[in-house]
Design a protein around this ligand. Structure first.
Ligand code: GLN
Length: 547
């Protein structure tokens, strides 16, 4: 290895990496500006030019992954096909770019540090003092190249979580600064998303927060190439000029990111603003002609749905809608396929009490999503009983499937006190229970049944009708399972196991055939729903609800 500055950390480029271009998206002013949607939309635009895109999200927190975080802290935990518990932005990426991502597409500070510390313990740094610069920043850069290599990407879009100015995101920003230094200038692009607040009293768009946020970036050596400016009203020429002057970007590189009702419109608006052309020119990409027409047609379809159907979602975190991001999106996709807008009626399970009708009499379908913890359990089972008895189409997901099984066991099969051992370990009828191997596990992080498993469907079932396939693959995130000891008793009473993971004979789907549409699944179908390619179960659920 060469002697020189940072010889040991020099990263060799491979064939794929040589042709890879890297886009970095940072965020300023405040959080929740939609950096994830913006990054995903850039992915949509470049994918429409037939480029091979991959995405990477850096999260600055110290958790190794978001799997151990409460939904109140983090929102949805998105599960990839290889079973990584990841940030919900990966859901946006998969849906907007139409790709399947894996564990290497989401990296946290915790993940970086544990890798570095593990290497240190193995003695791989040969006597060196391990420091944020260069060791942590090197590890970060390696992860960017790993995405390029593993996904054989022509363009890697990396979103840096957090807001510029946070202590936590500094090593990531430093890493991408170094990254640009090592690459040919035309191989990297820095895009910064900011907010232009509108002050109604003076009817003005304010540029100062953007100026400050870019100043902060430049202080650490990053000059953004493009600014995406979130705004409620169209960007005036004056504001554009001011931003250009103070932020040191050309006027045409100040891109308006106007507020839209439907997030899937964002790529279209960006394209109209010339963003696609601009990125292609800056990165000197050779591309084919763009085709966003299918995307546009689909967006028009969503926006012009004439009908409406109301679905009650009975959950525990309904005040924190980010928790159910993918479910929300799956309904948009399924609604479009049925020519209907889906109006979600969020019901806090804990509030239902003994009277589900008070909350659910106006809905045409009921969904009970996944979850952890016993709060709101009674409300969920009451809602399911209501759906079962009133013959309202029902979809239960994961914990929702557990609740449906418990409800049926108690109220139809008359197994008094039937329960899941997750909340009542002493139940006389443990219809939902841990598998022996799960009982041995003590650690919480990354130890559930995670990721994709196959499921064989029974021909005469709602599920088969929806999928039209005998074997499907779906993503999982749970510890507890349907207890096979009760399979026969419950089937005799009318709750049939219609989907099985063959290798382990595990129940993946239960249905009540004597009902307009009652399906409860152990997996999370919402993770695989995409615009233009709705999940079959969500699609048929909406279809049934519309009848
Ligand atoms: N808490 C349940 C389990 O661990 C269900 C999990 C979920 O709904 N994702 O099995």
């Amino acid at each position: 290895m060469k002697v020189g500055i940072y010889p040991r950390y020099e990263i060799r480029t491979t064939r794929y990496e040589m042709m890879t271009k890297y886009i970095f998206v940072t965020g300023g002013v405040l959080s929740s500006l939609g950096k994830g949607i913006a990054s995903a939309s850039i992915g949509t635009l470049l994918k429409s030019r037939r480029l091979k895109i991959s995405m990477l999200k850096f999260d600055p927190y110290i958790n190794v992954d978001p799997g151990t975080m409460s939904p109140y802290q983090h929102g949805e935990v998105f599960v990839t096909k290889d079973g990584a518990e990841t940030d919900l932005d990966l859901g946006h990426y998969e849906r907007f770019v139409g790709i399947d991502l894996s564990s290497h597409n989401n990296v946290t500070t915790g993940g970086i540090y544990s890798a570095v510390i593990e290497k240190e313990r193995k003695g791989e740094y040969l006597g060196k003092t391990i420091q944020v610069v260069p060791h942590i920043t090197e590890e970060i850069q390696k992860r960017i190249r790993k995405v390029a290599r593993k996904d054989k990407a022509e363009v890697v879009i990396t979103e840096i979580g957090g807001t510029v100015g946070d202590i936590e995101s500094l090593p990531f920003l430093e890493a991408i600064r170094q990254f640009r230094l090592r690459e040919k200038r035309e191989n990297t692009l820095f895009i910064h998303l900011t907010l232009l607040p509108y002050i109604s009293s003076s009817a003005e768009l304010k540029t100062k927060p953007t100026q400050h946020s870019v100043a902060k970036l430049r202080e650490i050596g990053i000059q953004p190439d493009l600014l995406l400016c979130r705004t409620q009203i169209p960007l005036t020429d004056e504001a554009r000029g001011k931003i250009s002057l103070f932020c040191n970007v050309r006027k045409e590189d100040v891109i308006q990111a106007i507020q839209v009702e439907n997030v899937y419109e964002v790529p279209l608006r960006f394209d109209e603003e010339g963003l696609t052309r601009n990125i292609i020119d800056k990165l000197n990409l050779s591309v084919s002609r763009g085709d966003l027409s299918a995307w546009r047609r689909w967006v028009d379809k969503v926006n012009n749905c004439k009908k409406e159907v109301a679905i009650g979602v009975v959950g525990k975190y309904v005040k924190m809608k980010d928790t159910y991001k993918s479910i929300n999106e799956a309904f948009v996709h399924a609604g479009a396929a049925n020519g209907s807008r889906v109006r979600l009626v969020w019901v806090e399970a804990e509030e239902i009490g003994e009277d589900p009708g008070k909350y659910l009499s106006s809905v045409q379908g009921i969904l009970v999503p996944g979850g952890f913890g016993s709060r709101g359990l009674t409300g969920k089972t009451k809602a399911i009983q209501y759906a079962r008895q009133k013959k309202i189409p029902f979809l239960g997901i994961c914990l929702g499937m557990h609740c449906a099984t418990v409800e049926f066991a108690r109220n139809v099969a008359k197994l008094k006190g039937a329960d899941t051992t997750e909340f009542n370990p002493k139940t006389p009828y443990p219809v939902i229970d841990l598998l022996p191997e799960q009982k041995k596990i003590k650690d919480k992080g990354g130890t559930m049944r995670l990721g994709t498993y196959p499921c064989r469907l029974e021909k005469s079932s709602f599920s088969y009708q929806a999928y039209r396939k005998s074997v499907v693959c779906e993503r999982h995130r749970h510890r507890y399972e349907f207890n096979n000891e009760y399979r026969q008793i419950l089937a005799q009473k009318g709750l049939r196991a219609t989907g099985i993971f063959p290798e382990r004979n595990l129940v993946e789907i239960v249905e009540i055939p004597d009902h307009p549409w009652f399906v409860a699944v152990q997996f999370h179908p919402e993770f695989q729903s995409r615009p233009g390619s709705p999940h079959p179960l969500f699609r048929d659920f909406i279809k049934a609800a519309m009848k």
